[in-house]
Design a binder for this molecule. Structure first.
Ligand code: GLN
Length: 305
């Protein structure tokens, strides 16, 4: 809640108008609308819930409930921040992914719903048991390369029916701190390794998952402010043709996969052909593309023997 402190000089005189849940919401929504925020209703609502802790049910039970001065000031501050296009998730400090709540901050890419396609595919493959016999210790090892908040790794570990051993790798120390915190909060055991891709990885894995940076550098400037200015650039930028990390991961992952192990990528909607080509060129087989809920190509995967 440090994110939306009330201004120190706030005037608490008796004339200060008392806002009710409803009037605060309506004003917040209007300010967001005027600032051109894409979903003013939703964001005004989430921020009200964040500041007051009031659920939708109790809101409808008593919309005339008054906000405290402190809540009122905090709500105004949150609305102001959102009006300046700071992402909602940076204000509330969290984002839901696969039904779990993840802490986020400016050091990690905010988990996208599209990425659930990747996590669900990994869970499907694990459930069908088509994974290589892993492991010295009898445990299947999976890795999330470029783990960020840890949302992919941790949700797969959370929902998998069997016990897995999981590694999350990232270049960013700050991102790994977020991932570690998320693992702790969710009560999931995972190992986190800092390094330039596989630099500090050892052993072999049954499955390597990755949502690497894949936006073409020139395209980043065309993205909405929330993404362009507030997601970490190094989590977006796939260099000139957007494929820099796919090239490196496709090549290097071969040394870290068990025979028959899976490499599973999230991709941009127009990258299926390029990434499939990189994988088949490097000797991966059974390469397939999976679409997201919007019907766009979202995941490419294959096996290496
Ligand atoms: N899907 C993200 C976006 O559209 C990009 C994620 C990435 O580069 N891995 O902003």
């Amino acid at each position: 809640m440090q994110e939306c402190q009330m201004p120190a000089e706030k005037n608490h005189s008796d004339e200060t108008k008392k806002e009710t849940l409803k009037s605060a919401y309506m004003e917040g929504r209007e300010l967001l609308r005027q600032s051109g925020i894409p979903e003013p209703e939703l964001d005004a609502w989430y921020l009200l819930e964040y500041v007051t802790g009031v659920s939708r049910a109790s809101y409808y039970g008593n919309p005339q409930q008054e906000l405290t001065d402190r809540q009122q000031a905090q709500y105004e501050a949150c609305i102001r921040r959102r009006s300046s296009r700071i992402p909602l998730q940076h204000i509330t400090g969290e984002q839901e992914f696969m039904g779990l709540t993840f802490r986020v901050n400016e050091h990690v890419l905010i988990p996208r719903q599209d990425t659930e396609t990747l996590a669900e595919l990994a869970l499907d493959i694990l459930k069908k048991g088509e994974i290589p016999d892993a492991a010295e210790e009898g445990q299947v090892r999976i890795m999330d390369m470029c783990t960020g908040s840890g949302c992919i790794l941790l949700s797969v570990l959370y929902y998998a029916a069997r016990s897995l051993s999981g590694t999350g790798a990232d270049l960013s120390e700050e991102a790994l701190a977020v991932a570690e915190k998320n693992a702790e909060t969710l009560g999931i055991r995972a190992e986190f390794v800092r390094g330039d891709l596989f630099e500090n990885i050892s052993g072999r894995y049954a499955m390597i998952l990755s949502n690497p940076p894949y936006i073409r550098s020139a395209e980043i400037e065309t993205l909405q402010d929330e993404v362009r200015l507030h997601d970490p650039r190094e989590a977006l930028d796939g260099r000139e043709d957007g494929l820099y990390f796919y090239r490196r991961i496709v090549d290097e992952a071969r040394q870290y996969l068990l025979p028959g192990g899976y490499l599973i990528f999230e991709i941009g909607y127009d990258q299926a052909e390029d990434v499939s080509g990189l994988m088949s060129g490097a000797g991966y087989t059974g390469i397939q593309v999976k679409k997201d809920l919007a019907g766009l190509d979202r995941v490419v995967y294959g096996r290496y023997s």
